[in-house]
Ligand binder design. Sequence first.
Ligand SMILES: Cc1ncc(COP(=O)(O)O)c(C=O)c1O
Length: 437
Amino acid sequence: MKQSELMQEAHLHMPQGVAENYRYWGDDKTVFIQHAKGCELTDSDGKTYVDFRLGYGPIILGYQDTRVDAAVIRQIHDSGTLTGFATALDTEVVKQIKALCPQIEKMRFANSGTEAVMGAVRTARGFTKRERIVMVEGGFHGLYDELMWKSDIENWQLGETRAPSVIPFGAGIPAKTRDLVDIIGLNDDEALEHIFRLRGEELACVLLEPIIGNAGSISATPQWLQRLRDLCDANGTLLLIDEVKSGFRVDKGGAQALYGIHADLTTYAKAMGNGYPVAAFGGRAEVMDVIGSQRGAVVHGGTYTANLIGLSAAHATLDILTHTNALQTVHQVGQKVKALLSNVFSRAGLAHAFAGPPSMLGIHFTPEVPQTYRDWRKTDSHLYNLFAWELIARGVMLEPDSREPWFFCEAHSQMDLAWLEDMATLALRAALDKSLK
Ligand SMILES: Cc1ncc(COP(=O)(O)O)c(C=O)c1O
């Protein structure tokens, strides 16, 4: 069936005709995939794309990586998909993660980033016996009601001194949950000092992505992150770093290895399983040991936790990331694409800046690297959107919103860079023409 027919039929069966909100790109633009291999996708109309979206980041090696897939199939043949009992593999995978991420002493598993964040936040609250959480503007931590509050940047004007309003993602979020959450700006020294002065002793945790994978890889400065670490320590507040996007991608040890600043609790998902559904949270043993079955302990569990599909995929993926140059390859190809795009933009006289590391590259049409989510409003995100759609039309798949970085995987090393440069040049010319109309 053609995409248009698939869309029409899907509307009869699912809200918006899709399995989850973010896949709906409009009736004529929603993509139905029928094949994925390496760094390429083929849609149901037979059109192929080189993919820089990579399912919002989990694909770190490539689609259908035979090393990972074979390990999963072997595991299923050996012991099925789950039994609801412990396995030796549980400990093996934690040991792999501990070898890469020195701040992890104990862990628990989950099936999605959202679930890992929920477990980590509950653990932080259980340990500190406090309820309040601080988040950072532009961050995203999954579709977990309590954290589904965001800064309304679209309706905030540049130059306004007041902070953007905080709004729920949509209907169905209890208004009461707003009372437990504060949002501060990234790299905003004053806001950071103020929130600890105001509520220091009430804060269970500060939850953030130091490289905001959901705001164009805009990144914390090392000084700001260090001050946050110090204030957490001084106030008995836990630092909870969400590495769902950055973990095992920006470095083997995630964003924390790049900064040399370590969290009390960390969440991982996405790249740890190369696209298989697996996630984890962990941190200091003293904190994690608040999880248990005794009265007063934190409860964590779930039928599919540490299921053998996800866990064997994580084991194989982490083994490859640990023992091969896969991540180096990912970084090199990201670096090459960054240089190539910079040439394309410069030839057109277009001011541009890149944010974040090359494996998770934020691309912004603005002269200076954005330092805060509010800076994102200084970028020409409209032109970026036009450029993205022109790229998609030419077989380059990406999210048509500059808040979503470009993701790279090992299989991108096979990509034809000259072709990409041609497509980017043509797409930019077409986007600039449209923007002038
Ligand atoms: C930083 C971060 N945390 C949590 C999540 C939620 O993960 P999931 O979609 O697997 O539930 C995401 C998803 O994009 C994310 O980027």
